[in-house]
Design a protein around this ligand. Structure first.
Ligand code: COA
Length: 532
């Protein structure tokens, strides 16, 4: 019997306080998500509809199989910037004719669907997800191309959008473009670089330069239709493979194309029947205390996420600040690494390294549940080789080839963020709970470090420290770092794939594991040199 016995007390005061704090944070995230849902706002959405067009979300809804889930990715992109939350694109994984596909839809109601620096990062992230997980890519195109005022940040790196499309194709991953409207300049290369292209009569406009630009460049008089209309591309240029009568017809053709791909997943598939956890997912709201300095037991989370709450813990009495073990989620096997006490010591690092190697031997995907303040500092720990052991864990995470998924539940600070497979370590997916915080270190600690360093510098110069200025500086830095550590901000920067409701964790992990299963799941025994 390996079912976890959760020790959480849902009737207790701690639970109530944590749950109320989590609910408040969820409301804040929902408010931001609503901004993304609103697209360019009432005026632009109304104008779009008057033109007889569907919104980006309606196009996606019509494209995916009825009643199937759509795992939206990076909905808070551009939060905290001058651009609309959502970054003028709606992206995610949806099931089309039974095939899990990456869907990237421009939102034409936001600045003509143009790509600003955040749109670009969002689309490139989706391209990576499609390539790593072998997901067919469907682009729902209607974009005025680069956001011209920020072109210096978009133009040069933006070339990767088109390179990615052909690399997907070269990797045998189908790319499909349904062109709903304008697809100018660089945007013309989205259909240009896609395997399958659908264009819509009197709606698609695909040209390198529109009539005004052509007039400027060569003096030639032209119009939209002769330069880049669907009829012209279907009959003359050959850029359109399918000619749709209207938007609905284009979606229908897109679905037909997917149904003819003869797509087969290459993963091993689920290995067991799906059993629901023995504990209520609602209770996931009340586990993480609002003060992240207070530790919580990640087994209470695992018990509410994994099949049948069944968990075989590995080395439970060794390096107990990191909980490791084997479980299944929606029938897919996973190895879990979850921080139990925040700090990572040498034993925890060595245990993680061994565990990651074992997962690679058995081709088992890994799930990292973050709540870490980083690796332990101090004389004793340095002398006992904490750098060496932390590096060992980071080596294992970096070179492991089984799919990784990270969920930031609480703290994710310092090199602990790296060792637990933070963004730079290429987890297939990374989500954050509203309770998460991530930074080089905690805001108070960071402000304290700056204060100590600047006081020492002042004293070394023979000056005297102005105590009130020092206190004000500390307060200001702490507030800045605090604001930059919250999940909406990090999500805005594309440092995660979304902030999720803790209660949805199991469903989202199941969707991710199923998407991951589109490609092969293969471990390695090839790691960097481990310094023993
Ligand atoms: N960069 C920045 N902003 C842009 C833009 C661009 N490339 N294209 C459009 N916008 C802005 C418009 O200024 C307008 O802003 P406002 O409403 O705040 O004034 C908003 O997006 C909507 O544009 P509008 O022209 O009213 O929308 P539309 O739906 O009628 O037409 C386009 C959309 C994209 C077809 C049209 O705006 C256009 O042709 N844009 C230029 C495309 C281009 O040449 N791009 C080259 C990129 S390399």
């Amino acid at each position: 019997m390996t079912a976890i016995r959760s020790t959480l007390d849902p009737a207790g005061e701690d639970f109530r306080a944590a749950s109320s704090s989590m609910s408040d944070k969820l409301v804040e995230i929902r408010t931001e998500f609503d901004k993304a849902l609103a697209g360019g706002g009432e005026k632009y959405v109304a104008r779009h509809r008057e033109r007889g067009k569907m919104t980006a979300r309606e196009r996606i809804e019509m494209l995916i199989d009825e009643d199937s889930a759509f795992l939206e990715l990076c909905p808070l992109a551009a939060y905290g910037s001058d651009f609309q939350v959502g970054a003028s694109a709606v992206t995610g994984i949806g099931v089309v004719e039974g095939v899990e596909c990456m869907i990237v839809a421009n939102d034409p109601t936001v600045k003509g669907g143009t790509s600003n620096p955040w749109t670009l990062r969002k689309i490139l992230r989706c391209n990576d997800i499609a390539l790593q997980n072998r997901l067919p890519m469907i682009s729902l195109v209607e974009s005025g191309g680069a956001d011209l005022p920020t072109q210096k940040e978009v133009f040069v790196p933006g070339g990767r959008m088109f390179r990615d499309l052909t690399r997907l194709s070269a990797a045998g991953i189908p790319t499909i473009a349904l062109v709903f409207g304008n697809s100018t300049a660089g945007g013309a290369y989205v259909p240009g670089m896609s395997d399958h292209v659908v264009m819509i009569e009197n709606a698609s406009k695909v040209f390198l330069g529109g009539p005004p630009l052509v007039k400027m460049a060569t003096g030639e008089d032209s119009d939209d239709e002769s330069l880049g209309g669907a009829q012209m591309h279907a009959r003359q240029s050959g850029l359109a493979d399918y000619f749709a009568a209207d938007e609905q017809d284009a979606v229908r053709l897109g679905r037909r194309i997917v149904s003819r791909l003869n797509w087969r997943k290459q993963g091993p598939g689920p290995v067991a029947e799906v059993l629901e956890p023995r504990y209520d997912a609602e209770e996931l709201l009340g586990i993480v205390p609002s003060d992240l300095k207070i530790p919580f037991n990640p087994r209470d989370v695992i018990a509410r996420v994994v099949d049948d709450s069944d968990f075989d813990e590995f080395k439970p009495d060794y390096g107990s600040s990191l909980c490791t073990g084997w479980a299944r989620i929606h029938g897919y096997p996973v190895g879990i690494l979850a921080n139990a006490q925040g700090v990572l010591f040498s034993q925890e690092s060595q245990k993680a390294t061994q565990f990651i190697q074992l997962a690679n031997r058995s081709n088992t995907p890994l799930l990292f549940l973050h709540n870490t303040t980083g690796y332990m500092v101090g004389k004793e720990y340095e002398q006992n080789g904490i750098i060496k052991h932390g590096s060992m864990m980071i080596n294992a995470v970096s070179n492991s080839t089984v799919p990784h998924i990270s969920v930031l539940m609480g703290a994710s600070y310092g090199a602990g963020h790296y060792g637990m497979c933070g963004r730079a370590y290429d987890p297939r997916f990374l989500f954050a709970w509203p309770s998460a915080k991530s930074a080089v270190m905690g805001a108070a600690q960071l402000a304290g470090v700056i204060s100590i360093v600047s006081r020492a510098a002042t004293e070394a110069r023979g000056g005297t420290v102005d105590e009130s200025a020092d206190a004000a500086m500390k307060q200001m830095i702490e507030a800045q770092i605090e604001a930059e550590s919250v999940p909406a901000f990090l999500s805005g920067m594309l440092y995660d794939d979304g902030v999720i409701d803790p209660r949805d964790t199991r469903t989202i992990l199941g969707l991710c594991l199923s998407a991951i299963d589109s490609g092969p799941v293969e471990g390695t025994s090839n790691f960097g040199v481990f310094r023993m």
